[in-house]
Design a protein around this ligand. Sequence first.
Ligand SMILES: *[C@@H]1O[C@H](CO)[C@@H](O)[C@H](O)[C@H]1NC(C)=O
Ligand SMILES: [Zn+2]
Length: 467
Amino acid sequence: MVWCKGIVLVFGILAFFCGSILAVLGPGDKYNGYQVWRVVPTNVDQIRSLIKLEHNFDGFDLVDFWREATPSSLHRPVDIMVPPSLRNNLRDILTSLSLDIEINIPDVGALVTGQMSEIQTRRANEPVGTAALSDFDYTRYHTYDEIQQWVSDIVTEYSDITSHFLLTTSYEGRPINGFRIRGRNSVASDPPPPAVWFEGGIHAREWISPATVMWFTAQLLQDYEDGDELAMSMFDNMDWYIVPSLNPDGYTYTWTNDRLWRKTRSDNLDSTGSGCRGADPNRNFPFGWAGNGTSPFPCSNIYHGKSALSEPEVDGVVEYLRNLKANNQNFLIFLDWHSYGQYFLSPWSYSAYAPNPPDYDAMMAMGKAASDAIAAVHGTVFQSGSSIELLNEAAGSSKDWGYVPYDETSKFRGGLGAKYSYTVELRDKGTYGFLLPEDQIQPVGEEMYAGVRAIGDYILRELGFIP
Ligand SMILES: *[C@@H]1O[C@H](CO)[C@@H](O)[C@H](O)[C@H]1NC(C)=O
Ligand SMILES: [Zn+2]
């Protein structure tokens, strides 16, 4: 069966996008012959043209800007995944803009298929479902079910300092589990201790995120049991809420059907009949919802959803945290773990014209403390800055919501009021992008473990728990 998706006028070039519907064979097949290109704009005309190009393709699910073109893209890479059918057109367009094309990934499908077959071969030779926590292999990527089992096992192993919570249930009915860490010497009272929120995996294809959250959390829990002074202070003086994998439907889909799926998997009941599923959960938070850096098209990777909080995964975060706020728990840190690019991104992201928020300098200082600690491990360089300075506009993002003051009157108003709110973009800088190989999980885990300890040290000093 042959389909034609539509016509787009791109810089005067008419393009039909046609293809054949094939049986879905594996999570990489869709991407056979796709390439990821990098261009680095050196003047504002090029930036304007790239933004227009991205805009023209928005909603067609064809050309995926892995790293977007934004007003802040000057001398910064823009990474574009190009399907084979558009290679010539796009090369002509970019060349006409005097942009040099560097090929980051020559064949996305081949890369995915290679990685997946390695994973599948290994899994086929492993005993299924019997791994105890002590056998959990942190150097590998894990399925959603395994991650949930890990949460359950952690809560059993560290039962005196952790407590499980069911955050909510995903669109397709999967439980989203998390746990709170509260040390043995915590003076839990009213009000409860100041708190930290870590969420991983909001974007399905960013596999390094849940893997890293599990890595450093396990290390820190072990540190606590070993009597490590910093870990003890972190958990005895603050509550740490951990959700390693927030987008179970999307994450599962990346394992079974489409390795580069980013969004949720909800049915958009799209009046155009596109059949495209899912919203970008990181555009579905209520603050600034449907503003700049979002898309109204259900097929877009930055589709903001039918309404603010339309995605149950996002609504679950907001409901859960508002409930804690209503019970007088104060959140100091809100941290959403992503890849890629190596950034600590603070608010704002909703508008390129927004002045820096009052706590910008504080957020930069904590970001620098973390970055210094990270760089000391393997030399990996992280940059700190606001989202609009370093990456993109993105209204309705988690980090803006994490920062905006709490408003008890409605979940559609205000946010969490955390003084330190970030999107962290883990490795790499684009060599593999979202397809970071398993052999980098350990170094990323090691450097981010150091980064989280630095964050702990920083906040405990601010609170006066470390002199
Ligand atoms: C959104 O972007 C448009 C175009 O750049 C701009 O005119 C508008 O002021 C922006 N809105 C906000 C809230 O920044
Ligand atoms: Zn992301």
